[in-house]
Design a binder for this molecule. Structure first.
Ligand code: FAD
Length: 395
């Protein structure tokens, strides 16, 4: 690499910013340029799905404004700049901003472009009003449409929100929106919440806990059409059900944003393929965060915060001159459903094994063919046993 060119990072989410922060702990002088299509404000994305429980407005979710990040981390930030193309042979990118383009060269490149909500085709005149929440702007727009301000003295007229998807994010939003006084419906083709992640009994506990808050479930079905009416939206379900709602939120999952990398010829599968040094198929080009498919995780994306923290540390060391392979520890995920707190340490989906109830309420262990514990689920009070179960689990 031409050492005079900066290290270029694309994306100002947790992956981009954490990489800069970890790198600056090791190297305070090498120029770093961070390019992002958004404002560059630093926020913890998980707070998008528990903002109402915490009584926080969209503005209050910004933990450090972009200008402060720039100052503390000695980085050049090009906010509201979209990287339009990447040429790994020339080590350059083309940026677009306000109708203008510019070319920037780099010595090393880090792709931290995140993931995009999966959209499934839905019929009807109101299909374009189906929203997703995957960043601060999405949350701000949703918050405004919801017409609630958690700091307002007078509560607004309660809304009805239909959520598509009873996965982790759908369940967290369902629990959180109840705090706004909303009536929440959740539609999912599976038999219970989090059916792909939890043993059936744990899913049933969550179902009951959210039901007690008023959440209305529609399992074994999907949304086929959303039609606009004078008073809101009419949602048609495949099982013949009809729900009137003010808003429809799609939370059916995220797909790694590989558009830029794929167009540049980098190997992409379920994410941008990276080796255990986080290098893509192009020399000097790295990727981490929701956009990446990690060799260190058995060739799969790991779209959670803890993998980003681990990956950013390893990558920062490599960028600072100490090649460092990424080894993931066991990384349990806390599901933010206060109605029933849950901790999940999931095994690799391809690993054959079975769930069994553990010793006590709200504990399940996943064991492989040899009887070795490879994952666990804790609910309610048993979430306090996270450390003990982590020790007993082989990642
Ligand atoms: P992002 O935050 O999506 O950042 C991508 C960045 O790339 C953005 O700045 C974007 O503008 C920029 N970008 C993309 N393309 C371009 C381009 N061409 N040019 C310029 N810039 C570009 N994980 C947990 O571990 N625990 C939780 O409780 C949890 N809760 C969550 C709740 C919600 C509602 C959501 C959506 C996710 C949650 N997650 C949780 C997942 C976690 O938040 C993500 O794994 C993490 O935030 C992803 O960070 P990222 O930097 O990879 O991607």
């Amino acid at each position: 690499p031409a050492p005079s060119e900066p290290i270029l990072i694309i994306g100002a989410g947790l992956a981009g910013w954490t990489t800069v922060r970890e790198f600056r702990k090791l190297d305070t002088t090498t120029p770093v340029v961070l390019v992002t299509a958004d404002s560059g404000d630093f926020y913890a994305k998980p707070t998008l799905s528990n903002a109402y429980a915490q009584k926080r407005t969209p503005a209050q979710l910004v933990s450090t404004p972009a200008a402060k990040m720039v100052e503390t981390l000695n980085v050049t930030l090009l906010a509201q700049h979209r990287v339009e193309s990447l040429d790994t042979a020339a080590r350059s990118v083309v940026l677009g901003h306000g109708g203008q383009t510019q070319t920037l060269h780099y010595s090393r490149l880090v792709l931290a472009t995140g993931a995009q909500p999966i959209r499934i085709p839905v019929g009807g005149t109101g299909a374009d009003q189906v929203k997703s929440i995957n960043n601060l702007d999405d949350f701000g727009a949703f918050h405004q449409a919801l017409g609630v301000d958690p700091s307002a003295a007078e509560p607004a007229a309660p809304k009805t929100v239909l959520i598509m998807g009873a996965g982790l994010i759908g369940c967290e939003f369902a629990n959180d929106l109840v705090h706004t006084g909303a009536t929440v419906h959740v539609v999912d083709p599976g038999p219970r919440p989090l059916s792909l992640l939890l043993p059936a009994e744990a899913g049933d506990q969550l179902r009951t806990a959210l039901e007690a808050l008023g959440v209305v479930w529609h399992f074994g079905t999907t949304v086929t059409a959303v039609d606009g009416t004078d008073s809101g939206l009419t949602v048609q379900l495949a099982d013949g059900g009809v729900v009137s709602a003010h808003m429809v939120l799609s939370a059916i999952g995220l797909r790694a944003d590989t558009a830029l990398a794929a167009a540049a010829g980098l190997v992409c599968e379920r994410g941008i393929v990276v080796d255990d040094m986080l290098q893509t198929s192009a020399l000097g080009v790295y990727a981490l965060g929701d956009c990446a498919q990690y060799a260190s995780a058995g060739q799969r994306p790991l779209p959670y915060v803890m993998p980003i923290m681990n990956a950013a540390k390893a990558l920062a060391a490599t960028l600072a001159g100490t090649p460092t392979a990424l080894v993931f520890p066991l990384m349990p995920v806390s599901i933010k459903t206060p109605a029933l707190p849950i901790v999940v340490a999931a095994a690799h989906p391809a690993l054959a094994g079975a769930w069994k109830a553990g010793d006590g309420e709200g504990i399940w262990q996943f064991t492989d063919g040899e009887g070795t514990q490879r994952g666990f689920v804790l609910t309610g009070k048993s979430t306090a046993r996270r450390m003990e179960q982590s020790k007993a689990t082989q990642p």
